[in-house]
Design a protein around this ligand. Structure first.
Ligand SMILES: Nc1ncnc2c1ncn2[C@@H]1O[C@H](COP(=O)(O)OP(=O)(O)OP(=O)(O)O)[C@@H](O)[C@H]1O
Ligand SMILES: [Mg+2]
Length: 456
C-alpha cells in the first residue's frame, strides 16, 4: 500500500519526536503540532490520511479538536492517544467518530498495528461504498425511465417504499412492463441493499423443488438430500426476495407462502426447528390476481396479505410520452454497446415507434431497437429499418374500444368483428395467440375471420 501522510497533534515533545522518527522510518510522511488550535489549522492546510490526536492538549480539549476535524471531513481517520484513558472518554471519542483509541505508553509496534487496522478498515469501507454506488447506478431508481405521469407516480412510490418498513409489496403489470427492474430498484435503494437480493420464479419449478429452494432442507429430508442446505429465505436474510410469477404458484405452495409471510418463520424441509428471518417480500405477476381469486385459483387471504402496497405498471401503449424517451435511451445504449453510430432517428421512424401498440411492452421495444442498431449502418434510423409489425401497424386495435351504442342498438356482429380485429392487432396477427385472447379455438377464429372478411 502506498504510504500515507500522518498528522500528530500532541504537546509531549518527546512523544512527537520519537513517533515521527519511527513513523518516518517506516515510510510515512509525518507532520507534528503541539496544540489543538494549530492542529486544526494544520489539518485544514494539508489534509492528512491519518491523524494521531492526544486527548489532553494545553489549549483546547482533544475531543473538541476531534469534533472540529470531523466537522471538516466526516470520513477522516483519527486515532486518539492518551495517558489518562478511561473507558468513558474512549467510548465518547469513538461515539463522536474517532476510528480507534490507543493508551500511552505504547510501543511503536502497537501503534503500527492500530494504524494498519484502521487504514485497512477504511480501505474496505471505501471499497464497499464504491461497489454500492456501482450497484445503485446499475439497478437503482435512475434506471427506471419514464416521464409520463403514471411512471412518475411509480417512481415516487418506489422511492417511498424502498425507504419504508414495508415488508410486502406487490408489483403487477403485463409482461415486459418493468416489474423486474422496479423490484431491483426497491431493493437497491433501500437500506437492505447491503444484503442479498434474490429472485425465484414461482411458476417454473415443481412444488417440491420450489420448497427446497426457498426453505432449504435437512439431511435425509428426501433421497437426494445428502446434507443440510440453506434455502433462499435464509440466504437472503435482511435482504429482499422477488417472488416472480406469483400468480402461477400452486395452491399448496400458496399456503406455505402465506404462513411464511405472516410469521416470517419457516422450517427447512424435513426439519423441526422454526427459523426466523427478516426479509422483504416483493411479489410480481402479470396475471390479474383479483380475477384469479374470483376463480378460486388464488387464495384470497394471500392476495390481501400481498396487496398491502400495490405497484401497478401500466402497459407501454398507455404512456406514449415514455416511448420516445425509451427509444432514445435504448438507441444510445445499443450504439455504445455495439460501437455503432446510428444516433439519429428520422421523424417518420419515431412516429411509427410511438404509434405502435407494443404488446410486448418495453422488452419488445428494447429488442426492436437492439436489432436495428445491430443490423443497420449509417447514422440515421429510418422507417424501413423497423420490423414489419411496427411499420405496417394500422392501429385498428382501438376500434372495439371506440364503439358506441346508438339509439337503434349496436349489431352484435359489429362488436364481434371489432373484437376479432382487436385481438389480431394485439397479437401481431398471430392467430393462435388471438384465439387465446378471445378464449376460442383457432378453428373458430378462422371461421370468424372468414365470416367478417378478414382473411386477406
Ligand atoms: N421504465 C423502464 N426504463 C428502462 N428500461 C425498462 C423499463 N421498464 C422495463 N425496462 C427494460 O425492459 C425489459 C423488460 O423489463 P422487465 O424484465 O423488468 O419486465 P417484467 O415486467 O419483469 O416482464 P415479465 O413479466 O416478462 O417478467 C428489461 O430489459 C428492462 O430493463
Ligand atoms: Mg419479470
Amino acid at each position: 500500500m502506498e504510504k500515507n501522510k500522518i498528522l500528530i497533534i500532541d504537546d509531549d515533545k518527546l512523544i512527537t519526536w520519537s513517533l515521527s522518527r519511527d513513523l518516518t522510518s517506516m515510510g510515512y510522511k509525518v507532520e507534528t503540532v503541539s496544540n489543538g488550535k494549530s492542529g486544526i489549522k494544520q489539518y485544514a492546510r494539508n489534509t492528512p490520511d491519518l491523524v494521531l490526536l492526544d486527548l489532553k492538549l494545553p489549549d483546547i480539549d482533544g475531543l473538541q479538536v476531534l469534533k472540529a476535524i470531523l466537522a471538516e471531513n466526516a470520513e477522516q481517520i483519527i486515532i486518539m492517544m492518551t495517558a489518562y484513558a478511561t473507558v468513558q472518554t474512549a467510548v465518547e471519542a469513538i461515539k463522536i467518530g474517532a476510528a480507534d483509541f490507543i493508551k500511552k505508553p505504547f510501543t511503536c509496534d502497537e501503534l503500527k498495528l492500530n494504524i494498519d487496522k484502521v487504514l485497512k478498515t477504511q480501505e474496505l469501507s471505501q471499497k464497499v461504498s464504491t461497489l454500492n454506488k456501482q450497484l445503485k447506478s446499475r439497478f437503482g431508481i435512475d434506471q427506471i425511465i419514464g416521464k409520463s405521469p403514471q411512471m412518475q407516480q411509480v417512481i415516487n412510490l418506489v422511492d417511498k417504499v424502498a425507504h419504508s418498513d414495508a415488508e410486502t409489496i406487490l408489483i403487477t403489470g403485463e409482461s415486459g412492463t418493468g416489474k423486474d427492474i422496479v423490484a431491483k430498484a426497491i431493493h437497491y435503494e433501500s437500506p437492505r441493499m447491503d444484503y442479498p437480493f434474490m429472485a425465484v420464479n414461482c411458476g417454473a419449478l415443481p412444488d417440491t423443488l420450489l420448497e427446497s429452494e426457498l426453505f432449504g432442507y435437512e439431511m435425509g429430508a428426501f433421497t437426494d438430500a445428502k446434507g443440510r442446505k440453506q434455502g433462499i429465505f435464509e440466504l437472503a436474510n435482511r435482504g429482499s426476495i422477488l417472488l416472480d410469477e406469483i400468480g402461477d404458484a400452486s395452491p399448496s405452495f400458496q399456503v406455505k407462502l402465506l404462513r411464511f409471510i405472516e410469521e416470517k418463520q419457516f422450517k427447512r424441509v424435513g426439519g423441526t426447528k422454526d427459523i426466523s428471518v427478516d426479509i422483504r417480500v416483493i411479489a410480481a405477476t402479470n396475471k390479474d390476481l383479483k380475477k384469479l381469486v374470483k376463480e378460486e385459483l388464488f387464495r384470497e387471504d394471500l392476495y390481501y396479505r400481498l396487496n398491502i402496497i400495490p405497484i401497478e405498471l401500466p402497459p407501454l401503449f398507455q404512456r406514449e410520452q415514455d416511448i420516445e424517451l425509451l427509444v432514445l435511451h435504448f438507441v444510445e445504449h445499443f450504439n455504445k454497446k455495439f460501437k455503432k453510430s446510428l444516433h439519429k432517428i428520422s421523424k417518420a421512424a419515431m412516429k411509427k415507434l410511438c404509434s405502435y401498440r407494443w404488446p410486448g411492452n418495453i422488452r419488445e421495444l428494447r429488442n426492436v431497437i437492439e436489432r436495428v442498431i445491430i443490423l443497420e449502418t449509417g447514422d440515421t434510423i429510418l422507417p424501413e429499418h423497423l420490423p414489419a409489425e411496427v411499420l405496417y401497424y394500422n392501429g385498428l386495435s382501438d376500434e372495439a374500444g371506440s364503439l358506441t351504442f346508438s339509439a337503434e342498438g349496436t349489431p352484435l356482429d359489429e362488436v364481434e368483428r371489432s373484437l376479432v380485429i382487436k385481438a389480431l392487432a394485439n397479437t401481431n396477427q398471430n392467430q393462435s395467440h388471438a384465439a387465446k385472447l378471445l378464449n376460442i379455438s383457432r378453428h373458430a377464429l378462422r371461421y370468424k375471420m372468414k365470416k367478417y372478411n378478414l382473411l386477406n
